[in-house]
Structures are given as structure tokens and as C-alpha cells.
Design a protein around this ligand. Structure first.
Ligand code: FE
Length: 258
């Protein structure tokens, strides 16, 4: 587990809590993020059941669970939602997830009163005031890869949390925290994006929407964080990417590279 402060001012921090190193476990690093404003915290994609104790231990270096004022789930996958019922026990925070995944959450063992802690995010996204002076923007990223995917933009740090968009599958012998050279990084993202992202139409719509934001860093759920020219280079590449159903043949197979 490592801990990188991606942005830090006196009152505001954006922290990467990184739960597995290359070479450990399956070798795919998974990122959890804690956004802190004074003593108000928001956790982004808290992770699966197995990582929950380690994420909690890292979070306790900054705040106690009573100071957690929001948990945001980018989508419905088990590596994001698997630990949520334990988080519900130790915090009083509301949990934000796309409205289209609400009806499936009972299958994670969340029933009755606990479902009232969930807020269904509308398709258009949602501006959130977490605490006075602490605002986050929930930005839609439909079909990238999930039908109800949401991103989180933090205007104070100018960091865009993108969930699986930009995710890298680094081999066990590669380890770097930031992407500076996009073309050297491309081999570790290309196959994943071609196969998991739904279509070029979805990618174009998303790139055009987020390009209106002032983005300092792109922070994905897996792999290193994009900064500097790599932010621009990634957006240019993704906007033109043929992926998902674009690559599907009539017989139901995928063209090479997907
Ligand atoms: Fe996913």
C-alpha cells in the first residue's frame, strides 16, 4: 500500500491510496482516492471486500470514519463496490452511484434501511456540496465502460477521477506513479480500452465534455496518474479510438487488437 498526495494545500488535499504494487497479488494496481477539505473527507471507489482494512488503515492517517461525508462509486463492479457494506457499518456517509445501478445493489448484501444511504446520480451528473466550501462535480461517462459510469471532478485540485477510463494494466516489472510520456505508456492501456470501452461515439462525447474542464491530472482507478502533456495526449488518443462494438465482427468476434 502506498500513499501519494496528488494535491495538497493548507485546507484541501487529494490523496491516492494505492492498494497493490505490481508483482503483488494479480499485479494490477488498484487506486482508491481520498479527497479532504479541512476535516471533511470523500472516498472515491473504496474497493473490494479484501482491500477494505488496508484502505481504512491508510484513511485513518488523515481522518476518522465519522469525518467521511461521502463515498462515490464510479460504477457497479466488484472491485469498487465489494467492500461497501462494511463501509456502511463504520461511517454515516451517503453513497453516490448511478441511478441505473441502484436496483442491483441489494445483491451486495445491502438491504432495507441501508439502501436509504444511497443516492442515485442522474444521467446528467450532479453538483455536490459536501461541506461548506467543498464542492465536487459528478460528471457522466456513460458506456466507458459501464452503462452508468460516473467521473468526479474536484475544482480545487483540478483533478478528474475517471474510474476505468485511462486505466493501465502494468506488467509486474513496471512501476511508475505518473504518466509523463504517453507513447511509452500506450502499450499498457491500448488492449484494455479497445476491449472494455463501449464505442468511439461514447469516447468522443466524453472527451468533448471533459475538455471544457480545467484538468491538471487524470486519476484512473488502475495504474498511474496522467499529468502534463500526457493529459492532453491521452484525450487526443481516446477521442479517435475504435473500441468495443466498433471492432465487433458479424460473427461476434473482435478484430485484432481488441
Ligand atoms: Fe470496471
Amino acid at each position: 500500500m502506498r500513499n501519494v498526495v496528488l494535491y495538497g494545500s493548507e485546507s484541501h488535499k487529494f490523496i491516492l491510496l494505492n492498494e497493490s504494487e505490481p508483482g503483488e497479488e494479480d499485479g494490477i494496481r488498484s487506486n482508491q482516492y481520498l479527497v479532504l477539505h479541512d476535516d471533511c473527507g470523500v472516498l472515491l471507489d473504496p474497493g473490494g471486500f479484501g482491500v477494505m482494512p488496508r484502505v481504512l488503515a491508510e484513511m485513518l492517517r488523515y481522518i476518522g470514519p465519522d469525518k467521511l461525508k461521502g463515498i462515490i462509486l464510479s460504477h457497479q463492479d466488484p472491485d469498487i463496490v465489494g467492500g461497501i457494506s462494511t463501509w456502511l457499518e463504520i461511517t454515516g456517509a451517503p453513497v453516490y452511484v448511478s441511478r441505473i445501478w441502484m436496483r442491483f445493489l441489494p445483491h451486495y448484501g445491502i438491504l432495507g434501511e441501508r439502501m436509504k444511504r444511497f443516492v442515485g446520480v442522474p444521467d446528467a451528473g450532479l453538483p455536490l456540496e459536501i461541506c461548506p466550501g467543498f464542492d465536487l462535480q459528478l460528471v457522466p461517462a456513460h458506456f466507458l465502460h459501464s452503462e452508468g459510469q460516473i467521473n468526479v471532478y474536484d475544482p480545487a485540485s483540478r483533478i478528474l477521477f475517471t474510474g476505468d477510463i485511462g486505466a493501465a494494466m502494468l506488467p509486474p516489472d513496471r512501476d511508475y506513479a505518473f504518466v509523463d510520456d504517453f507513447s511509452a505508456h500506450l502499450p499498457y492501456i491500448e488492449g484494455f480500452h479497445r476491449r472494455y470501452m463501449c464505442s468511439n461515439k461514447a469516447a468522443k462525447i466524453w472527451v468533448d465534455a471533459v475538455s471544457k474542464l480545467d484538468i491538471h491530472l487524470i486519476a484512473p482507478q488502475h495504474g498511474p496518474v496522467y499529468r502534463g502533456q500526457a493529459v492532453k495526449d491521452f484525450l487526443i488518443w481516446f477521442r479517435e479510438l475504435q473500441c468495443g462494438i466498433d471492432l465487433m465482427t458479424e460473427s461476434g468476434h473482435f478484430r485484432e487488437g481488441a
